[in-house]
Design a binder for this molecule. Structure first.
Ligand SMILES: [Fe+2]
Length: 329
């Protein structure tokens, strides 16, 4: 068994800080904590030393916070963020944590400095998970209210969001460092808004059974641009930091009917000219439409819909995303 490391004397000075401090070794085993940490959390030093740094997690911190924390620590970079941990008595502890890697005699140590958010002098603190939940709910209500005339729409929108999440997870497995995780979460949040522009299309055209006349098709094809216009009106005055997903949403709304080979609408963009977020939603939107019943068509069996997606690799859809899509089944 590997011997537990000792705290190098040179790092002991950090334990004198007024904030709660935790020092771990390169395997994130706790080597020491200071008095402020003990006073705040209620854990004795002997209960903490030798434990994994995450032992007092509350599981209320959003998963993407841990993703960015792990990415930074693996790269031996400092990290700053908000964590929700549990004190010994069971109370939640919201803290702003800064972790700094320190190299000493060829070994890395991590100095974690916790500042209680309740002690911050200015502003109102909204926990990250509450903020993300509010944002998700706001976008859901917005999406559904735009398409309230279609009773089955909520299921389709939530399916598209769920499939977007699955496709992104599958893509991440193969291309883990291509995009920052915060951006990928924004795509998942914003995907629900892809068709808000349909609110501007007359019902007689939108739900017409059977085939559409040329002019009717042209009107339906205006929904990405109508959606862009609606979003810009809705978002005026909203704090951009609160609704971070809106820029991503705009790209999804505008470009989700573009095709990889340049034959889509409204702009006829080609390949990587189409924003990644719109290429993701293009696949899941078509797949969910194929396996659902609509006024003008029956539902397709999943196998047939998957075959169609494969057939459209490099034509309608981004080939890399089709590969990731296949991994979902
Ligand atoms: Fe659409």
């Amino acid at each position: 068994m590997e011997q537990a490391k000792q705290l190098p004397p040179i790092l002991e000075g950090y334990l004198q800080l007024a904030d709660a401090v935790m020092i771990t070794d390169d395997k994130h085993i706790i080597l020491d904590v200071n008095k402020e940490y003990v006073d705040t959390t209620g854990y004795k030093k002997t209960e903490v030393i030798g434990q994994q740094a995450g032992f007092f997690k509350s599981y209320l911190t959003p998963a993407n916070t841990y993703v960015s924390l792990n990415e930074a620590l693996q790269a031996k970079q400092p990290w700053k963020g908000v964590l929700i941990n549990k004190k010994k008595c069971g109370d939640l502890w919201h803290s702003s944590l800064t972790i700094t890697p320190m190299k000493y005699e060829n070994t890395f140590y991590y100095i974690g400095i916790f500042r209680e958010l309740e002690q911050l002098k200015e502003g109102v603190y909204i926990p990250e998970n509450e903020k993300a939940g509010t944002e998700r709910e706001l976008l859901r209500v917005l999406a559904i209210s735009c398409e309230i005339r279609d009773p089955g729409i909520e299921d389709h929108l939530l399916n598209v969001q769920h499939l977007t999440e699955q496709l992104i997870i599958s893509f991440q497995k193969k291309h883990s460092s291509r995009f920052p995780s915060a951006y990928l979460y924004q795509i998942i949040h914003a995907s629900i808004l892809h068709d808000i522009g349909k609110a501007g299309i007359p019902e007689g055209i939108l739900y017409k059974p059977g085939s559409l006349a040329e002019y009717e098709r042209k009107i339906i094809e205006m929904h990405p641009l109508m959606g862009e216009d609606m979003l810009s009106k809705i978002s005026t005055g909203l704090h951009n930091d609160f609704i971070k997903s809106l820029e991503v949403a705009e790209n999804i709304i505008k470009y989700h009917h573009e095709r990889w080979d340049g034959t889509g609408y409204p702009y006829g963009l080609k390949g990587e000219e189409i924003p990644f977020e719109a290429r993701v939603v293009a696949i899941v939107d078509v797949y969910d439409a194929l396996i659902s019943r609509r006024s003008y068509k029956d539902s397709w069996p999943k196998e047939k819909a998957i075959e169609y997606i494969i057939d459209q690799k490099g034509k309608h859809f981004d080939p890399e995303l089709v590969d990731a899509f296949m991994e979902m089944f």
